[in-house]
Design a protein around this ligand. Structure first.
Ligand code: FES
Ligand SMILES: [Fe+2]
Length: 372
């Protein structure tokens, strides 16, 4: 798609049009490689992204690596206790210096053994004697912005307009006193899904519209009549109280699992944090192509660890799995529909799909800013 066509496709969604009159972004946003490339820079390289759990980075020398929007990164806990992040790109020939995660004394590139300390400074570069104008001090790893919030280390691949702490201030409240220090990591699962990353967000943000039709088990746990969505500058929160009374469709007590309310927080562009009862889980969705993405699920619990708690955790993860599988099936089917010659764009249900519309408005603004 040439730049003019990209601009024209972008213009087909208007953030200024109220939801009652608005049409959804056209399917090209969900299928075209040009949109995928634009989002990589304008969205994923320009927002705070949670890349590691702080519990993985608790001791000196602990590190986690990965790639985000095609950029290799590494987060390290220094000997001085500071959290630092770098482009995980060796200054010799560009290989990723470290891979996976673990604890180390120094960061050593496996290719030709250049090594860096936890502050990113070049320590040794074998066989480089005799190289002219070789300024070791200038050959350290290139730093990235890193901040901690909640249970995670976030990085920003560009120049953040504000600190993460400022961006997330309102969200702590919306999550209903998350009690971060009492939550313990239980497990992580990663799913590869054959759909554009936005399909996952849209599905999450439809205000519970699909729950009665697609999630019988979740529908039995929450009271859909009281489901509501609240919009904020860069996030939205959907809440629903638990269902009272027994429902034979589920093997878990909704009031035990959900507590006073389920809170589903979404943070622009791709972070979903679900808080209910003693559970907190996340879905972090990142694109892997125009029509594929990866979703990372993490489960945390605030329980005493006893046998009864173990049973509850297992049942809760099972329930969550059921919902995720149902959502994956929906999302892959929607992607097939978005590629159909018959479908270009749709309309919003204004009373429920306001979170989805809010997401599209924020996205349109990022993309238009990047193109202009
Ligand atoms: S690329 Fe890292 S030492 Fe050569
Ligand atoms: Fe769903």
């Amino acid at each position: 798609m040439d730049p003019d066509s990209l601009t024209a496709e972008l213009e087909r969604f208007s953030a200024e049009t109220p939801i009652e009159r608005a049409w959804m972004p056209p399917s090209s946003w969900y299928t075209s490689p040009a949109f995928h490339a634009l989002e990589s820079e304008a969205v994923f390289q320009d927002t705070w992204q949670p890349v590691a759990r702080l519990s993985e980075l608790s001791s000196a020398g602990s590190y986690v690596t990965g790639r985000l929007a095609n950029q290799p990164w590494i987060v390290v806990r220094g000997d001085d206790g500071e959290l630092r992040a770098f482009h995980n790109t060796c200054r010799h020939k560009g290989r990723e210096v470290m891979t996976g995660c673990g604890t180390c004394e120094e960061l050593v590139c496996g290719y030709h053994a250049w090594s860096y300390d936890s502050a990113g400074r070049l320590k040794s570069a074998p066989m480089m004697a005799g190289v002219e104008d070789f300024d070791r001090e200038a050959m350290g790893l290139k730093p990235l912005q890193v901040e901690a919030w909640g249970l995670w280390a976030f990085i920003h691949l560009g120049s953040p307009p504000s600190s993460l702490e400022v961006e997330m201030r309102e969200l702590n409240e919306g999550l209903g006193a998350p009690g971060w220090d009492k939550l313990t990591f239980h497990e992580e699962k990663t799913w590869q899904i054959r759909c554009n990353w936005k399909v996952v967000c849209d599905n999450y943000l439809d205000g519970g519209y699909h729950i009665p039709h697609m999630h019988p088990s979740l529908d039995a746990q929450i009271e859909m009549g009281s489901y509501k969505t609240e919009l904020y500058a860069k996030h939205s929160i959907q809440t629903a109280p638990p269902n009272k009374g027994d429902d034979s469709r589920i093997a878990i007590d909704p009031q035990e699992r959900i507590g006073d309310a389920a809170r589903y927080a979404w943070v622009y562009p791709n972070i979903m944090i679900n808080r209910y009862g003693p559970c907190l889980d996340t879905n972090i969705v990142t694109p892997t192509g125009p029509d594929s993405c990866e979703v990372r699920y993490e489960f945390f619990f605030n329980t005493d660890g006893g046998t009864e708690a173990q049973r509850f955790i297992q049942e809760s993860v099972t329930q969550s799995d059921v919902t995720q599988r149902e959502d994956i099936e929906i999302c892959e089917s929607v992607q097939a529909g978005l590629s159909s010659k018959s479908y270009v764009t749709g309309r919003y249900a204004p009373k429920v799909e306001l979170g989805e519309h809010h997401f599209h408005c924020l996205l349109a603004s990022s993309l238009k800013r990047a193109l202009s």
